[in-house]
Structure formats: C-alpha cells, structure tokens
Write a protein that binds this ligand. Sequence first.
Ligand code: MN
Length: 204
Amino acid sequence: MAYELAPLPYAYNALEPHIDEATMKLHHDKHHQTYVTNLNAAIDKHPELAAKSPEDLIRHLSAIPEDIRKIVQNSGGGHVNHTIFWQLMKPAGGGDPKGAIAAQIKADFGDFESFKKLFNETTAKQFGSGWGWLIFQAGKLKIVTTSNQDTPLSEGLYPILCNDVWEHAYYLKYQNRRADYLAAWWNVVNWDEINKRFATAQAK
Ligand code: MN
C-alpha cells in the first residue's frame, strides 16, 4: 500500500459535544479510509507514482496519467484534505485566535467575530459537497470554497484552515443545519496548528 490512514490525533469522543463520537468514527474510519483505499488502488496502476507524497500528487494534477487523474483528484484530495482537517481541531480548543494569525485576521477582516461570520456564511453557501478554506495570497487572508475534494493546493496555494461541509461531516448530529455545525465547529478549533500553517504560508 502506497498510502496509509494515520490514527486521529485524539479520541473519537474528544470533540464532544460539538462533534459527536459516531460522526468522528464514521468520518475517519470509513470516509477517510475509503479515500486512502481508492487512492492506493489508482496508484497500483502506476506504481512509479508511489514515491510521491499525496500532497505532491494533488499539487501537480496535470502530471498524473489521464486514466487515474480524476481518482487522484478526488481520493488524493480527500486524503490530503482530511489529514489537514483532523489536525485543525483539538479537545478543549476554540476561543479567540492567538499569535500571528490573530493580528492578520484583525488586519484583513476587522475582528474575529467578523471573520468568523464571513467564513461561516461563505462556507454555508457552498452548494452541495465541499470545503471552506482560509488561504494567504498576496499578503492577505482570503476565504474561498471548493467543490467535492478539490483543494487550494492544486492552485499552488497553501491552506491555513479548512472546514468540511460534506453532509457526512455533520448530518448525524446536525441533520440539515449546516450553519449550526459551522457555528459549533469554532469550539474545537486548534489555533496552535493554524499558527503553524500560517507561518508556513507566509514563508512561501
Ligand atoms: Mn469529510
């Protein structure tokens, strides 16, 4: 197997009550695992690609052989996006942003509440399955969305923060109330990891 699913960096129930244990189990062990399994099946057909990191694959999709390009885009994207996503959350997370990202949010959005509102509204409006992202481009933070498992990495960008708005991320607990899920998610956000990613984005 070229790629493996890493265990969650915390217990399945660690993000309760905001994200429930059943959702985390299904999301990590079934959905994320399926992306990894399908990516490995595609790479089996082109074993020379197995030396590349999953990030490398989706950063350079045009270099992927056409017969597996769409699978790599979807399943490779799914693997990379979820790997980032798990790290962006932690038990007893949340609160106001800290460090360099706090200052940049203030500079680009006015204050944290305005940023959060814009991120939640933008992401809530993503039609169908996809992701909301915070990226850093030309010295400014920007909020964007992608469909399916598409990622800003494929556009040469380094995402700082993301939230998953596929129904599998919230439907068991929040049903159709995507906005409630988005609002609750900030209670588990991991600002240390976000600052780490922001530092990497600034260095690029
Ligand atoms: Mn997901």
